[in-house]
Design a protein around this ligand. Sequence first.
Ligand code: SIN
Length: 289
Amino acid sequence: MKTEELQSNAHLEIIPTSGALGAELHGVNLAEPLPPQTAKAIRDALAEHGVIFFRDQEITPEQHIAFAETLAPVNINRFFKLVPGYAQIAEVRKEPEQDKNIGGAWHTDHSYDQFPALGSILLAREVPPRGGDTLFSSMWLAYDALSAGLKQMLEGLRAVHSSRHVFGIQARRQRDMGDRLVNAEQATQDVVHPVVIRHPESGRKILYVNRTFTTHFEGWTAEESKPLLEQLYAHGSRPEFHTRFQWRKGSIAIWDNRSTWHLAVNDYHGERRLMHRITLEGTPIAGVH
Ligand code: SIN
């Protein structure tokens, strides 16, 4: 690595994007190798702000992968169509003739895995002329805003998360996803996680259920779980926990999957939107007791 390349990446400016979560990071060129102190500053900003954004990063797939590997090991996505020639990069795509988008309901990626992904790095390759923003919601603020009584009850609960009803064979028959999703027969696993987790880096308490992948509380039926889960989903989607990102070609968002939800707004029918996503491997998550 050349000294001038390292030095050119040394001035990071961090500008919060809302009163809740999110920050734009300026002064870094992700096409170049990152000095260790910059890589650490990026990881720290991610833990602190929950989601971080970069602008005007016209990087190649190789540079996207190299940047991801400076943050954490890369997870190979099982269910998304991969970018030809790059097993590490999943396509998040909607064609002009398609109605449904990927990620159009509040969720956190990979909560159905035993070790949920640490985060995702989404790079905008093609964006519609307007629309196609992504919303993010802070699950530490959502937890903090609950009553003491409900916090206490939730801290004793665990919830089941599954990929079956989203990526499985039955789900695929019902949803118009075309060639965008693959390996439906591999969507068979369920996993149990605490409903309130302790964030491994920030130490914050996080509300860890989401509308897309959580099916029910452990030991409760789905019917019994539904009213409380619906209340938590309504609570977690309150606008004061949000930031909203308007994409341009070359924009990048990196979100922390443990501490945030996200939702891709599907308001650009008749236009193409193509994003490249690299998912970062997670570590075991733990409850708060
Ligand atoms: C996703 O849910 O991973 C995709 C988000 C987006 O396309 O904005």
